[in-house]
Design a protein around this ligand. Structure first.
Ligand SMILES: [Zn+2]
Length: 282
């Protein structure tokens, strides 16, 4: 069934594992992810990024996730990723999202506090949880364009959490969005300081392409959720290209390519869930 982030992440923090979050844009991704996490008995975040939405996505995505969640026996969080617009947040909550991220990373500290606080107030009556970002996780978006990162500062953590009332905090510790042009070097000692200062569970964005030893170290030292999008795109696209050459029929059955695409997503999901230590936690 659908859950909020709070209950799942607090449990993960206590037991030193992370709950993986995957961005989805189509039902084959939702199905590929859910089939595998259910088999692995892992909780999961299904995330939707506003830039991937069109008008229909507002009812289509939550309707599929809710229908799937009713049949699934693992906890699922329906999460809005990187929202910068309060109206988008309101709309997602009206459509049943159980968790939202307000991304004020490009704002000044005070403005980030103000807008994040506002999001928390809006989300409260819905019983939804709020993730926010301190510092700035840069990198490459799915739409291209490079943004430089700004590391999170431990001295800001306590004030930010107290003034906003958030449930989880995304940190910038050398991680970046998109496909890494060179291998990242996560600053684990900074993460330890941030985690010691934080009363809420920490989140790692840009989990794709990060060497496994670094993800493990991050999870051991306080990361309770890690986000994966680029690896979803890569898994789908690579399999898609193979299938285009393998399938010789001019009109193959849709399942001849949809099922392998779901499996390709599933294999990537299994890697991440195992890395997060989330198998068997549901
Ligand atoms: Zn992100």
């Amino acid at each position: 069934m659908l859950h909020t982030a709070k209950e799942l992440l607090e449990e993960a923090r206590k037991k030193h594992y992370a709950v993986p979050g995957f961005n989805c844009v189509a039902d084959i991704m939702i199905r590929g992810i859910l089939d595998r996490v259910e088999k692995l008995r892992s909780p999961v975040f299904l995330m939707l990024y506003p830039n991937d939405m069109d008008e229909k996505t507002w009812w289509y995505f939550p309707a599929i996730v809710r229908a799937a969640a009713e049949r699934c026996t693992i906890p699922i969080v329906m999460h809005l990723d990187h929202a910068t617009d309060i109206d988008v947040i309101r709309e997602s909550l009206d459509n049943g999202f159980t968790s939202v991220m307000y991304d004020g990373s490009s704002l000044t500290f005070d403005k980030n506090v103000e807008m994040t606080r506002k999001t928390v107030e809006i989300a409260k009556p819905y019983g939804a949880t709020v993730e926010a970002e301190l510092g700035l996780v840069g990198g490459f978006g799915a739409e291209g364009g490079e943004v430089a990162s700004i590391l999170s500062q431990p001295k800001d953590v306590v004030t930010f959490i107290e003034r906003t009332g958030i449930d989880s905090l995304a940190v910038s510790i050398g991680n970046a969005h998109g496909v890494y042009r060179q291998l990242p070097q996560l600053d684990i000692s900074l993460l330890k300081e941030l985690n010691a200062a934080s009363s809420v569970p920490l989140v790692l964005h840009g989990g794709s392409g990060t060497p496994t030893d670094q993800i493990r170290a991050a999870v051991e030292n306080g990361i309770c959720k890690f986000n994966v999008y680029a690896d979803c795109r890569v898994a789908l696209w690579n399999r898609f290209k193979q299938l285009a050459t393998e399938l010789k029929s001019p009109d193959p059955s849709p399942n001849a390519y949809i099922v392998p695409l779901q499996q390709a997503i599933g294999d990537m999901v299994e890697e991440k869930v195992t890395l997060a230590g989330a198998c068997g936690r549901a």
